[in-house]
Design a protein. Structure first.
Length: 290
């Protein structure tokens, strides 16, 4: 059966094919991505609906909650379908006050990989992203070689299938690629936040996936009158059109919009079927062009 998700097409993450329309699980934890969800059954329902609709790419981390999101994924979906690719990230931990704290020593990185294996109930994780915490929402320079080396060692041991980086500068991506293949880069990007425009095209030429976090604008979803007007004109919602624009922006962009709501999930997945003409794409691209 062809679903909306299939209409977005697929991309090869290393040896693993995924649908370009995926799902980001961060919003399933409690307020501030801390503690349990307000409605556990609703969180489980979102995950099951995503996979039932054809999603094959779920983004998570053991520091969401902490441990909450991975535990929900395991409860909802384990034993996992063969075609499901779960991508996690390491590099941080949570304080008791919900703060996000860098946990970037190689031994801490290794311990987090084991935490993710345990909480997801896996012998091997499909993809682990090394998440840089230098500046929480924007990349900042600094060597990542000791940390990426450690992940490469765990990959050689068979605990990780493929590696990626998150919140990374082009220099850090090159540094990582000199150590081991990088299959994806996860940085902040959306129709109004376009710092990585050049990087996306460079990665496309290398066959590396670009997975924007905050594709809808994050905790305060994007508001733009131009986007809203264009969406109304084609009978879509503004956030659906923001996702459709990303799918048209570059073939290596994979989407992981986050939501805690089945209704929003359905809306987001349906964005894959929107027809974005070249004229509409140009109009939308002008919204966030610098
Ligand atoms: N690598 C990193 O550093 C990093 C950082 C942040 C996030 N991530 C990953 O990226 C994924 C996506 O980011 P995100 O979830 O933070 O932000 P996002 O996808 O840009 O937006 C999520 C926000 O939009 C709302 N929303 C979603 N669909 C909606 C709809 N159809 N209509 C109205 N509101 C809607 C959600 O609220 P509702 O729950 O009410 O729908 C939530 O507040 C995360 O889930 C996580 O896996 C990675």
């Amino acid at each position: 059966m062809t679903t909306n998700v299939d209409l977005a097409g697929t991309f090869q993450l290393g040896t693993r094919p995924v649908d370009r329309m995926g799902y980001g699980a961060m919003q399933l934890a409690g307020p501030g991505v801390f503690g349990p969800p307000r409605d556990r059954d609703a969180a489980i329902a979102v995950l099951r609906e995503a996979v039932a609709t054809g999603v094959t790419h779920i983004d998570t981390s053991d520091f969401y909650g902490p441990h909450i999101t991975n535990t929900l994924i395991r409860e909802a979906l384990h034993p996992y379908p063969d075609d499901l690719v779960i991508v996690t990230k390491v590099g941080a931990r949570r304080g008791d006050d919900a703060s996000w704290i860098s946990a970037f020593e190689p031994d801490e990185i290794e311990a987090q990989v084991h935490d993710n294996l345990r909480s997801l109930g896996l012998d091997r994780i499909d993809i682990v992203n090394l998440r840089m915490m230098g500046d929480i929402h924007a990349p900042s320079e600094g060597t990542i070689a000791p940390q990426f080396d450690r992940l490469a060692k765990l990959q050689r041991q068979g605990l990780i299938r493929h590696l990626g980086v998150s919140n990374a500068t082009p220099t850090q991506i090159e540094e990582a690629r000199a150590i081991a293949p990088v299959v994806c880069v996860q940085n902040q990007y959306n129709i109004v936040q376009r710092d990585d425009d050049a990087l996306i095209d460079q990665l496309a030429a290398l066959g590396i996936a670009y997975v924007p976090f905050f594709p809808l604008g994050g905790f305060s979803p994007i508001q733009s009158s131009k986007l809203s007007d264009a969406a109304t004109a084609i009978g879509a919602t503004p956030l659906q059109l923001a996702l459709a624009w990303l799918l048209h922006r570059a073939p290596n962009i994979l989407l992981i919009p986050g939501t805690s709501s089945v209704v929003h999930l359905r809306e987001n997945l349906a964005a894959a079927k929107l027809d974005v003409s070249p004229a509409l794409f140009a109009e939308l691209s002008a919204i966030g062009a610098t």
